[in-house]
Ligand binder design. Structure first.
Ligand SMILES: NC(=O)c1ccc[n+]([C@@H]2O[C@H](COP(=O)([O-])OP(=O)(O)OC[C@H]3O[C@@H](n4cnc5c(N)ncnc54)[C@H](O)[C@@H]3O)[C@@H](O)[C@H]2O)c1
Length: 274
């Protein structure tokens, strides 16, 4: 078995796969978004870290600059149209263009539940963050990508979008809609040389998930309806690190994926397949 089968993150040693590209990454201050911001910058992209929490956004930029990369922080609330428009405009004025968008801000609520039980305030917050946020960022970024002559969008969905059994019904609906939106945008913008793909992730070891839902061998603060230890027994590749998702986002954003658009990549260790 080769290196790629081990559990730890695998960082591609080849540099420059995004050389000269201008990227905007939402939720770039922590977790998967931060890993992607650092990786994209190491691969030569200039990165706008669009993040709601300034301390996280600034710390991501500091880390990128310490590695010799180029980045800036733009405080952004992806649920607010004016904020998204400002973030996109700030990126274009800083870098002169926009080539890549990684819609990563998002997440589920521990209060999410069955359709008959869930509070409608959870519906509003989750749909707003996961679906509306993704929609708004595409709305304002795509015209600039057309102007740049092409580009790539990567949307963060979830393995929950690919199976009907998740008990978090609002999150499942939001991430499913992101897959549908991804396909619709891929069809509409291919003629502008823009690719749009989604990542349907398994469980990833981020602070938010560790604290709330738990990781193998370490329970979180709220009851985990999936039972992470049982899942990992059945699907050993279901659990990964932020860098695992960042590597997939890098591939989809790079020219290596130039024939791939409208895809929802099941990066869930096979859980949606068997
Ligand atoms: N971690 C997982 O197990 C997992 C699994 C499947 C899908 N995902 C998806 O991957 C994405 C990232 O997940 P993560 O675990 O890295 O989350 P995270 O909480 O570590 O990172 C999300 C970042 O987004 C920021 N953010 C929150 N609301 C925002 C807003 N309104 N505007 C701008 N930024 C905002 C947060 O401050 C945070 O820095 C999410 O879309 C999530 O649904 C994660």
């Amino acid at each position: 078995m080769g290196e790629s089968h081990t559990r730890g993150p695998h960082l591609d040693p080849i540099s420059g796969r995004l050389q000269g590209r201008a990227a905007l990454i939402t939720g770039g201050g922590s977790g998967i978004g931060r890993a992607a911001a650092e990786l994209f910058a190491r691969q030569g992209a200039q990165v706008a870290v669009a993040e709601i929490r300034p301390e996280l956004g600034r710390s991501a930029v500091d880390a990128i600059e310490a590695q010799g990369g180029t980045a800036f922080f733009v405080q952004t609330d992806v649920t607010q149209e004016a904020s998204v428009q400002e973030a996109v405009n700030a990126t274009v004025s800083r870098f002169g263009k926009l080539d890549l968008l990684f819609n990563c801000a998002g997440g589920s609520s521990p209060q999410d539940a069955l359709v008959t039980d869930v509070s409608m305030s959870v519906w509003d917050a989750t749909i707003s963050l996961d679906l509306k946020g993704t929609f708004l960022c595409c709305r304002y970024a795509l015209p600039h990508m057309i102007e740049a002559g092409g580009g790539a969008v990567v949307n963060m969905s979830s393995g929950a979008a690919l199976r009907g059994s998740s008990p978090a019904h609002v999150y499942t609906a939001a991430k499913g809609a992101i897959v549908s939106l991804t396909r619709a945008l891929a069809g509409a913008y291919a003629r502008h040389n823009i690719r749009v793909n989604a990542i349907c992730s398994g469980r990833v070891n981020t602070e938010r998930v560790r604290t709330s839902y738990g990781i193998p061998g370490q329970a979180g603060n709220v009851p985990d309806p999936m039972n992470v230890d049982e899942q990992v027994k059945a699907y050993p590749f279901w659990f990964g690190e932020p860098e695992d998702m960042a590597n997939i986002a890098l591939f989809l954003a790079s020219d290596d994926a130039r024939m791939i658009t409208g895809a929802a990549i099941p990066a869930d260790g096979g859980r949606s397949s068997y």
